[in-house]
Design a protein around this ligand. Sequence first.
Ligand code: CO
Length: 219
Amino acid sequence: MCAKLHDEPNNELYKSLLDGNKKFVENTLKADPEYFSNLAKGQSPPVLWIGCADSRVPANQITNTAPGEIFVHRNIANMVVHSDMNMLSVLDYAVNVLKVKHVIVTGHYGCGGIIAAMSNQQFGLIDNWLRHIKDVYRLHAEELDSITDEEQRTDRLVELNVIENVHNLCATSIVQNAWEKGQFVGVHGWVYSLKTGIIKDMQVSAYDTDNMENVFKFK
Ligand code: CO
C-alpha cells in the first residue's frame, strides 16, 4: 500500500532529490552528450575505496575523480572486518575481476564511530560493530592513554584504526593470493580532514607480505 504524498516539508525534501537528478542529467548532457552512453558500456576503476559512511566524505569529490574511476565500499568507521561478507565480496570482486591497482582505506578525523567507540555509552546494535574499534584501542592503549587532550586522542585512534585496517586487508587471502600471483595491488591508509579537506597519507602502503607478522602469512 502506498500512501499519498503529503504536502509536508519532508516530502518536499524527498521530491527535491528527484528534481536534483533532472538537473544533473540536463547539465551533464549539456557538457557531454555521450556521457551516459559511454559510462553505460562498463566500468574498469583502478581503485577500491573503503571509507566511512559519513555523508561528508564522498570518495569522488575529495579526490577530484569522476564516476567510473573509484569502486567504493563504505561502512561506519571504514572497517575491514574479516568476517564481513559484504566487504569481502567487494574486495574479491575488485581485486579478482576489476583488477584494481590500489585499495585505499580512508578514515576521517572527527569520526562519529570512533568517538562512540571511545565512550562507555551503549548505543544498541552498533555496539557490536564498534567493538572492533575498541579492540584497536586495546592494541594501542599505552600510546592512546598517554594523550591527555581528548580530541587529539580521538584523532590518533582514527589514524591507528586506518593503519590496523590496512593490516586487516593485507591479512586477507584475497590480497595475499593476488600478490602471490604477481598481480600488482597497493594497499594504502589515508585520513581525511573535514576541517581542511586535506588527505593525510599515513605512509603504511603495502605491496607484499614482507613486513607482516609471520602468523598472518599464507603459503
Ligand atoms: Co566516520
